[in-house]
Design a protein around this ligand. Structure first.
Ligand code: 13P
Length: 243
């Protein structure tokens, strides 16, 4: 399976910076060997689409579960699809822990993405206290069981394992940590466990190849290191399939 190398720009890169990034993004890898996806601000979708020189998948970082309504400031999955997105991050740790998104809301958003024809990339991961308390397994299983019903009718989806303590901290899960968590996730997904599972949390050019060589790690979801085109191109190269 081609590795997925996805960038989550978070609240960075408006249309001008996005166009500039794409003009300078020249990964030394071809789309046959790695699958590139950018999760960008909705306002920058068109700029990425118009300026990409290599095939890239386009995604948004959040959606609302309603298709439309009096919900000031929100964007629906249908709107994101119409604006050019094919993917949607759902349940990112910052959505869960900064904006208080619940497991139930994550499930509804997954359902909305599926109905709109977007590929949901559902983020899960434990907080440091949960890991220390030996609750990794229970937390991941709870998060997975909350979104499985939303996948009904789904053609394709992905999961991103992003331990909260590794996001933006410079602290990366070891290959063993990733292997253990991905194993739990595949088991919790049951018959859906063949979906790609990505690792995210302080991925850098220096650790990307080691993480992607872990059996069961199908790619990476990169935050800070995806903002610079040269740095991200090096991570993309690390995902290149051998041969
Ligand atoms: P960092 O790579 O900056 O740790 O962020 C990870 C992340 O949240 C990707 O979604």
């Amino acid at each position: 399976m081609r590795k997925v190398v996805a960038g989550n720009w978070k609240m960075h890169h408006g249309p001008r910076a996005a166009a500039d990034f794409l003009a300078r993004f020249r990964p030394e890898t071809d789309p046959e060997s790695v699958r590139l996806i950018f999760f960008v601000a909705g306002l920058s979708l068109q700029a990425v689409k118009a300026n990409a020189r290599v095939p890239v998948g386009l995604g948004v970082q959040n959606i609302h579960w309603e298709p439309s309504g009096a919900l000031t400031g929100e964007i629906s999955a249908e709107m994101a699809a119409e604006a050019g997105a094919s993917y949607a991050l759902v349940g990112h740790s910052e959505r869960r822990h900064v904006f208080g998104e619940t497991d139930a809301e994550v499930g509804r958003k997954v359902g909305a993405a599926v109905r709109a024809g977007l590929v949901p990339v559902v983020c899960v991961g434990e907080q440091l206290e949960e890991r220390r308390a030996g609750r990794l397994d229970a937390v991941l299983r709870r998060q997975v069981s909350a979104f499985i019903p939303g996948l009904r009718g789904c053609g394709e989806f992905m999961v991103a394992y992003e331990p909260v303590w590794a996001i933006g901290t410079g602290e990366t899960a070891t290959p063993q940590d990733a292997s253990e968590a991905h194993g739990i996730l595949r088991e919790a997904l049951g018959e859906l466990g063949r979906a790609p599972i990505l690792y995210g949390g302080s991925v850098q050019p220096g650790n990307a190849a080691a993480l992607m060589s872990v059996p069961g790690v199908d790619g990476v979801l990169v935050g800070g290191a995806s903002l610079d085109p040269e740095v991200f191109a090096r991570i993309a190269a690390a995902g290149r399939s051998p041969g």
